[in-house]
Write a protein of this length. Structure first.
Length: 450
């Protein structure tokens, strides 16, 4: 399952409701296999018409069949949030129940979504422009009412600096175009003294915009993942082998359990990536206790882009895997101390696990490549930032050319052409509508009451 000929993406799933017990839990699917996967869960065909149907989903836990009553909603692409076929499952918000549902979705071929991947697909499929995509990010990361209100204005398509500048550029462009057909002294003439100050003001304003609009992914702008696992799995040794030391220092390695007691973020050498060493065993308290260590871990998990599981082999190479108390699924599963006898890696690779040995160096380069790929998928906000800054730079160049044309004594038609380009760059999705927007402004400004 996954991709088809008409889609460059596979099918992803993610919870769309807050964690914990509530009247309703929501799980969302997006991608070419969304409807087929939902049909497998229902055991019957599902209508492709937009709307909802009450169904009993067929789950299984420990060999025991389980029926989950749910309201299932279908949205056929491209008329959906992501622009793809999209399905929602509304059911009881029981954390164990939703965990079973998530495992069943992955068995059917869906992949757990990376942070922000639904919005990323909406942007790449043309359902959201850059400004609105960034507003979604700002909405999720809002920490107070002011930042929440600012993100809300961006989601509505207004209030962002780019949108305000675009409106001003369109107004100025309409003013110039309206006066092009009139000669000096005629009634419709638009004097240069009337529009030149506004052009220079907008050019100065655009020149100040680029440095003031950082986006960044996560709180530090880098993909950030927690390294979790049982005590003495080799997490600290792995971080020491991968990460820059500098002023952060190397983690203390000891055979005594509990040596690592806090979460330490460190930069991976040679990669735009952050990794956090953590205390072994603290993950088992997620959702169960109320102590300070658990709260710290929950806070860091909420801020991170995801988590990586590391475990050393038990007797006979046995691996337990991550506990169900952890939210979501691990981005990677690392088999530590793979050089030990009984690690189960002689001549084969445990399915789904990446064998690594800090002592022999086995698997370290493969791990770096996996982290590099993981970072490129997670930090999609960096791509948004790069695209946004490139657009702003191009827009500033267009305005600079407009001012230069004015200073060289060229006519207002040359200035108007540069204004059109600048306005189109600020919102490429609406560039095809520029002539209609121009006419709307001209008639609104010059044909009052007609």
């Amino acid at each position: 399952m996954g991709k088809d000929r008409g889609s460059p993406f596979d099918t992803i799933w993610a919870p769309a409701s807050p964690k914990g017990v509530a009247p309703r839990g929501i799980v969302r699917l997006s991608g070419p296999e969304s409807f087929p996967i939902l049909e497998r869960l229902c055991g019957a065909p599902f209508s492709r018409r937009r709307g909802g149907e009450f169904r009993n989903l067929i789950l299984e836990e420990g060999g025991t069949p389980l029926l989950l009553p749910a309201l299932c909603l279908g949205f056929v692409g491209p008329a959906s949030y992501t622009g793809e076929d999209l399905c929602e499952i509304h059911c009881a918000s029981s954390p164990p129940l939703l965990a079973i549902l998530g495992r069943r979705l992955e068995e059917c071929g869906a992949r757990g979504a990376w942070p922000g991947e639904f919005t990323r697909r909406a942007f790449q499929n043309g359902r959201l422009d850059l400004a609105r995509a960034e507003a979604v990010i700002a909405w999720i990361r809002a920490r107070d009412e002011e930042s929440l209100a600012r993100a809300g204005r961006g989601l509505g398509g207004g209030g962002s600096p780019e949108e305000e500048l675009r409106r001003s550029l369109l107004d100025l462009w309409a003013l110039l175009e309206a006066g092009l057909d009139f000669s000096e002294g005629e009634t419709g003439e638009v004097s240069r003294d009337f529009w030149e100050p506004e052009l220079r003001r907008l050019e100065r304003r655009a020149a100040r915009m680029a440095p003031e609009l950082p986006v960044g992914g996560g709180e530090c702008g880098l993909p950030s993942y927690l390294l979790l696992g049982p005590p003495n799995a080799g997490k600290t040794s792995l971080c020491n082998a991968l990460c820059l030391d500098g002023t952060e220092g190397r983690g203390l390695v000891s055979s005594t359990e509990g040596t690592t007691r806090d979460i330490r973020w460190r930069r991976v050498a040679g990669l735009e990536f952050r990794l956090a060493d953590s205390a072994g065993g603290r993950f088992r308290e997620v959702g169960e206790g109320g102590d300070q260590e658990r709260r710290i871990l929950e806070r860091e998990l909420a801020r991170a882009d995801g988590w990586i599981w590391m475990e050393s082999p038990g007797p006979g190479g046995r691996l337990e895997g991550p506990p169900r108390a952890l939210p979501g699924t691990p981005a990677l599963k690392i088999l530590g101390k793979a050089d030990l006898r009984g690690a189960g890696t002689e001549g084969r690779r445990p399915p789904g696990w990446l064998p690594v040995s800090v002592r022999s160096g086995e698997g370290l380069e493969d791990l770096r490549e996996s982290l590099r790929a993981l970072g490129s998928q997670s930090d999609w906000t960096a791509a948004l930032e790069a695209a946004r800054r490139a657009g702003l730079d191009t827009m500033r160049s267009a305005l600079a050319r407009a001012v230069a044309a004015l200073d060289r004594g060229l006519g207002p038609e040359c200035v108007a052409a540069e204004l059109r380009e600048a306005a189109g760059i600020l919102d490429p999705e609406r560039s095809s509508r520029l002539p209609e927007e121009l006419l709307d402004r001209i008639f609104a400004a010059f044909c009052l009451g007609k």
